[in-house]
Design a protein. Structure first.
Length: 329
């Protein structure tokens, strides 16, 4: 029986009530056809299957997971199976009652806040003050909540304010995700950060977090060679290795496994998980058989995968190609 990574990104639904310009869900570009979403019973059976194979954390996402009326039922099913539940949400349908229900279940909550002044421009919805009210309500409950910030050329100039405003209002942690192309985001690649802008993102985040005595991390690996001062980060965690199919994986709303949430490659159903053991694409990631040729003589190949491998695949057509930030240089 195959052993799965400890973390599963469980994409409960294709539906979303935002229209984020940076959305990388593959089905938003019709690369993956929208199949029939799994029922409550099917998801519960799927949770059993992944728990049996070593998964310990399930991160419920989408689309927008709160559009599933059975969300709390699925969270309860995960808890019953000793799976720690997380929820990634845009926050639009969350209120204080729902926060209390999540807090009672010890759910790790992450809410998207892609800018302050640019929030509506990037999401299609004027909801920044609602998100801030959720941070304040979470703080009143003594509930830890992460500010999930997708960073683009649009909101980079106000990144300091976005992080600071989130922390002041009650966010306890910061997750930065640089915009990576995929889904609807493929039509908005002009908003990709270049290498200089990525360093601006890192330095800004480190400055704010240090002043606030808070922690955060970068959600997607970076090429080690583009970071100006890789040893200068204390408050901000920065990774250089791809975790896809090794520390985490994704399951789409129809129940198909992908190596990560950025991937367009559907591998097998969660009800046929042992097929992964012989799947060449899955094994390519578990064996790190994807490092770019341009990195062959680099002294850091033991700790660096040359950036996001699936973003390179989606954006440039080659899993061994250059990370998008190097393609925009």
């Amino acid at each position: 029986m195959i052993a799965l990574p400890s973390v599963a990104a469980v994409e409960l639904t294709y539906r979303c009530n935002h229209r984020c310009l940076f959305c990388s869900c593959p089905w938003e570009s019709d690369v993956i056809a929208r199949g029939e979403e799994l029922s409550t019973e099917q998801w519960i059976q799927g949770l059993r299957e992944i728990q049996r194979r070593g998964t310990t954390i399930v991160s419920f996402t989408g689309g927008e997971a709160t559009l599933r009326p059975d969300l709390l039922e699925l969270i309860d099913a995960a808890i019953f199976l000793d799976l720690h539940p997380c929820l990634i949400s845009n926050g639009r349908l969350l209120d204080e009652n729902m926060l209390q229900a999540l807090h009672a279940r010890n759910v790790s909550l992450s809410i998207s806040v892609p800018g302050i002044e640019t929030f509506e421009q990037q999401t299609g919805h004027d909801g920044v003050e609602h998100v801030m009210s959720l941070f304040r309500a979470a703080r009143d409950l003594d509930m830890q909540v992460t500010a999930n910030i997708a960073v683009t050329k649009v909101n980079l100039p106000e990144l300091y304010e976005t992080i600071a405003y989130s922390l002041i209002n009650g966010a306890s942690y910061v997750l930065l995700n640089r915009f990576l192309p995929g889904g609807r985001g493929l039509d908005n690649s002009k908003y990709l950060l270049d290498c200089n802008e990525i360093n601006q993102m890192l330095e800004t985040a480190e400055e704010v977090l240090s002043k606030a005595v808070r922690k955060g991390h970068i959600g997607t690996e970076l090429p080690y060679c583009i970071v100006n001062k890789p040893d200068s980060f204390n408050a901000l965690g920065v990774a250089y290795q791809c975790g896809a199919a090794k520390s985490f994986y994704a399951i789409d709303p129809s129940g198909y496994v992908r190596v990560c949430n950025h991937s367009e490659q559907r591998l097998c159903s969660i009800f046929e998980l042992d097929k992964l053991e012989q799947d060449p694409y899955w094994n390519r990631f578990t064996n790190r058989n994807y490092q770019p040729a341009m990195c062959a003589n680099c002294e850091h190949t033991a700790i660096c995968d040359g950036g996001c491998r699936e973003a390179a695949h989606v954006y440039g057509g080659n899993v061994c190609g250059a990370d998008p930030c190097l393609q925009t240089a």
